[in-house]
Write a new protein. Structure first.
Length: 507
């Protein structure tokens, strides 16, 4: 029997700095640890500042999901000021968030995830040459097209919010930028042209045809229905992933969480899946059962995180962000905290959204194989099927009256609020308390904090850690299987940690 060996891998092609340590025995991962290796204390930067300062500072947490942070910060202030948004403001906020989400999904899929399909380990794969032609970093056909096409989506955010990234056009009560008729027409032109590329290149069929795929059997029928489906990027992904065995790795914790997102305007043709007031529903999925979401059940555990434990596992309204670096004997190994829902770890992201929304295709896939790399990345690739049409609808419904984009509110000096959204990578939350018109507390839980969390006080692994354990590693010095699993979660550590070690700068 082979002895246990410990391998440490810094993950490339992820946002920020992520270290994965795996214990390998007989070429099987027997244990895993995911560590955010640098500290970032953004919450502490906000303490003592004016109530609205979070609208300017929090979008700078991340250069990828800045609109998501802005919307979460604005929603927290909406709750604090108890203000109801006009329909047009709701639409503009939603359209901007969708644009950011879609561009992230395809840049991740074709520039970060599928780049691994060009790895030399797959040289004997029947589709290797085609994967290289499409996804070779910097030069692949799909890669270069993705850069050009997704750039146009960011123009929509710039038209509606003035700039991207780090815009601050959302405020409590609405938005400060009133789009002209020409702006709205240009946004519609951009998304409709992107839709043509998406249907032609990625799906190989109209969105309406894909929506007919509601089971594994339907998926197989769709794939072999015609050549355009087989040769699309989605078709290539399905065929490559099947042969590469991606259905067999990356199971995860099997708990899924969605905060819900894209609030519905009062007057809209867009309908939710379960008659609530959000297009993306909220919920918690555990042991094949869906439960209503309750944000009071969220805690942040720091027993294995490099933070002071004096306040214990706390709800974000009560939590602290006090860094505490100590030796290995403490068991602390990550600068990321460990969010838990009802004491349980939970996966978030596109797959969680599909499961919580009871999407029939993904319910069937989960019920007949569980979560895995194959189904997790599939959810990200087809999420735009549902987002593009509602984006078009809301742009068509938006009218151009100035007073319909902002609702004034009464100033307050004391109170609290939380802003919950579904960012591109999943559940994002901002919690704040305000006293004497100043920020007294501010806590942020990012999607990657959920997915790449360390262990908790019960020694439960985070979703990424759990997904790695049990994986067969063909080459411990070149664990492409671990790369696939981690990247299927699309981790973004810049939202969680950031600092520099000055001791290494002396020379």
């Amino acid at each position: 029997m082979n002895r246990k060996k410990l391998h440490v891998y810094p993950l490339n092609r992820v946002e920020g700095d992520l270290e994965v340590r795996i214990e390998v025995e007989n070429n099987m991962v027997s244990d895993a640890w995911c560590a955010g290796i640098m500290y970032r204390g953004f919450e502490n930067l906000l303490i003592g500042r004016a109530a609205l300062d979070g609208l300017v500072l929090t979008p700078r947490i991340c250069g990828i999901c800045s609109t998501s942070h802005l919307k979460a910060a604005a929603k927290a202030l909406d709750m604090f000021f108890d203000v109801k948004l006009p329909d047009n403001a709701v639409r503009i906020r939603n359209v901007s968030l969708i644009a950011e989400t879609i561009q992230n999904d395809f840049r991740h899929a074709f520039m970060l995830f599928m780049a691994d399909f060009t790895h030399p380990v797959y040289q004997k794969h029947s589709l290797f040459d085609e994967a290289v032609r499409r996804y070779q970093p910097l030069s692949g056909e799909t890669t270069t097209q993705t850069i050009a096409e997704t750039k146009k989506l960011l123009e929509i955010i710039a038209l509606l919010g003035g700039q991207w990234p780090h815009s601050s056009f959302m405020v409590p009560g609405g938005v400060v930028c009133v789009p002209s008729a020409n702006d709205l027409a240009q946004c519609l032109f951009l998304i409709r042209n992107f839709r043509k590329w998406f249907e032609r290149r990625v799906l190989g069929c109209p969105i309406e045809r894909w929506k007919e795929v509601k089971s594994r059997a339907d998926l197989d029928t769709w794939l072999h229905e015609c050549e355009s489906h087989m040769q699309s990027d989605l078709g290539l992904y399905l065929r490559f992933a099947e042969e590469a065995g991606l259905k067999k790795i990356g199971k995860g914790c099997e708990n899924f969480i969605s905060f819900g997102s894209l609030d519905l305007p009062e007057n809209t043709k867009v309908k939710s899946v379960n008659e609530n007031r959000q297009f993306i529903p909220s919920g918690f999925f555990h042991k094949s059962k869906l439960y209503p979401f309750d944000q009071t059940k969220i805690i942040e555990d720091v027993s294995h995180s490099r933070f002071d434990e004096s306040s214990g596992a706390s709800h974000p309204f009560d939590g602290e962000t006090n860094p505490y670096a100590t030796g290995k004997e403490s068991g602390k190994y990550s600068w990321a905290k460990a969010p838990r829902y009802d004491q349980l770890p939970a996966e978030t992201g596109p797959l969680a959204e599909m499961v919580v929304a009871s999407n029939p295709l993904f319910v069937d896939l989960i019920n007949n194989g569980g979560s895995n790399v194959y189904v997790r990345e599939l959810a990200r690739l087809i999420r735009s099927v549902y987002l593009i049409p509602v984006m078009e609808q809301w742009l068509e419904e938006t009218t151009g009256c100035r007073e319909e984009f902002y609702q004034d509110h009464v100033n307050k000096d004391h109170g609290e609020g939380c802003g919950l959204v579904e960012a591109p990578r999943g559940a994002l939350g901002h919690w704040l308390k305000i006293k004497d018109a100043k920020i007294e507390k501010y806590q942020i839980i990012t999607p990657t904090a959920w997915n790449a969390s360390p262990r908790d006080a019960s020694d439960l692994r985070g979703p990424c850690e759990e997904a790695i354990v049990g994986t067969e590693i063909k080459s411990p010095d070149n664990p492409v299987e671990v790369d696939h699993i981690i990247r299927s979660f699309d981790p973004c550590l810049v939202c969680t940690v950031h600092a520099i070690d000055l001791r290494r700068q002396k020379d």
